[in-house]
Design a protein around this ligand. Structure first.
Ligand code: MET
Ligand SMILES: [Zn+2]
Ligand SMILES: [Zn+2]
Length: 435
């Protein structure tokens, strides 16, 4: 038993360690990783120095120049067994500084412990929690070497589709050599006391519709102007959007189980030096939409709707669909990871979270999209998870923050997950080969 002064000293030590952990998180948050010009060099150097300080190996893969992929490795005692990969992305979406309480890349910690930064939830938290968890396992918990090799990957460009990042990584010879058997990637915050876990993503489409029409004097009333044509489309899209959103509002479907359609830009009008020509009806008008398709939906249905209703040539309209990444695997199946006992990784994950007293909600489809789709497309089981409970969902929003205690607790959760998954010796005989 410890004397009360020893206990006090221990408490003091723990507090100091926590402060150091938070200050490392702030350092990582301060790198300006927002698009369109994310700084990749500085955060990668930082991560490398963190990894080396706990005795891990590092390697940079540069599939596209200026866009590094960092691989951190903790070698296991059984390199013949498939490894476990913990992925996160280096980049962030932009922020509008004027709309924030604190500058988005200052990582200010408010007096209530909240740390404000673009990327605090999405997803610099997990990137550093992985490393802190390994640091604790090695330095505090006498867990020196895992059985399976553990890799961490830090990839660029997730927020713009991942094509020069995770997509290139999974196609590479180097990735093949990592022999990855299971991946964990980012998830989303949970406003309740339960953690959330995701077994699939929705597929993103970026759709632009362009209307042409009759130009004319601003005072004239006539049919078939470009803006009238576009507004008709808006009315239809809005009806469809309501039909999907109603299912959510009635509680019949989760947000991520319906098709979302949201306008993200509008472009029309004749520019002048100080604004728009207010007495001219333009001959072109354009709108952009972020569309997300649940894995179970047939993409052809929505493609037909766009071609025949939302942007028909008969109304002088054209469209472009940019599908941001795969939504089917090699065999044409939707990209979903099993969350039952046919997937031993699932059971291990559930046990690991329970072991630190964590409660998990029902596994969900993620409403947004992550690099996990590239891993799933390779047939690798992948779960999305960011251990943030009792936290509002603020990814891509103003004043994104994470509570210090939530960040610190997440490290404990990853300690358990990394320890549990990396200790898995495999099934005796598996029909799918060595797991
Ligand atoms: C367009 S690919 C996905 C980018 C980002 N993670 C999102 O969900 O919006
Ligand atoms: Zn993210
Ligand atoms: Zn994001």
């Amino acid at each position: 038993l410890l004397s009360s002064s020893q206990q006090q000293q221990l408490k003091h030590q723990e507090k100091e360690e926590d402060e150091q952990i938070i200050s490392r998180f702030q350092s990582y948050l301060r790198f300006k990783t927002a698009h369109p010009n994310p700084n990749y060099t500085a955060p990668v150097s930082f991560l490398i120095s963190q990894a080396h300080s706990i005795g891990l190996q590092t390697r940079i893969l540069e599939f596209v120049s200026g866009k590094p992929v960092l691989i951190v490795t903790w070698p296991g005692s059984r390199p013949d067994l498939p490894s476990i990969l913990f992925n996160s992305h280096l980049d962030s979406v932009p922020a509008e500084p004027d709309k924030w309480l604190h500058p988005p890349f200052s990582a200010v910690q408010a007096s209530d412990g909240k740390i404000y930064a673009r990327g605090a939830q999405d997803d610099k938290c997990i990137g550093l929690q992985y490393l802190e968890a390994i640091r604790n396992l090695r330095q505090l918990r006498q867990f020196q070497q895992p059985i399976r090799t553990v890799h961490l990957s830090y990839v660029p460009d997730e927020e713009i589709g991942g094509f020069d990042g995770a997509a290139k990584l999974v196609e590479s010879k180097e990735f093949e050599e990592l022999n990855v058997g299971f991946v964990m990637d980012e998830g989303q915050a949970s406003p309740t006391d339960q953690f959330r876990v995701f077994y699939a993503d929705r597929s993103p489409w970026h759709v632009t519709i362009t209307a042409s029409g009759v130009p004319g004097h601003g005072s004239r009333m006539y049919d078939h102007s470009a803006l009238e044509n576009l507004i008709i489309s808006f009315e239809m899209i809005s009806k469809f959007r309501d039909s999907q959103f109603d299912l959510v509002k009635r509680g019949w479907a989760a947000n991520s189980q319906v098709i979302s359609v949201n306008p993200v830009f509008l472009n029309a009008g004749i520019h002048t030096s100080n604004g728009f020509a207010m007495n001219m009806q333009p001959s072109e008008a354009q709108a952009g939409f972020d569309i997300r398709l649940p894995p179970t939906v047939d993409p052809e249905l929505i493609r037909n709707r766009i071609a025949h209703e939302w942007a028909p040539a008969s109304r002088n309209m054209s469209f472009q669909i940019v599908e941001k990444g795969p939504n089917r695997d090699f065999w044409g199946h939707p990209l979903m990871t099993s969350t039952d006992d046919t997937n031993p990784w699932w059971s291990l994950f559930v046990q690991a979270v329970a072991a630190v007293g964590g409660q998990l909600g029902k596994p969900e489809i993620l409403a947004s999209t992550t690099d996990a789709r590239f891993m799933r497309q390779r047939g690798i089981p992948t779960l999305g998870f960011s251990p943030m409970k009792n936290t509002p969902i603020l990814l891509h929003d103003h004043n994104e923050f994470l509570q210090d205690a939530v960040y610190l607790n997440g490290i404990k959760v990853y300690e358990s997950i990394i320890k549990c998954l990396s200790s898995f010796k495999g099934l005796e005989k598996s029909s799918a080969g060595t797991i």
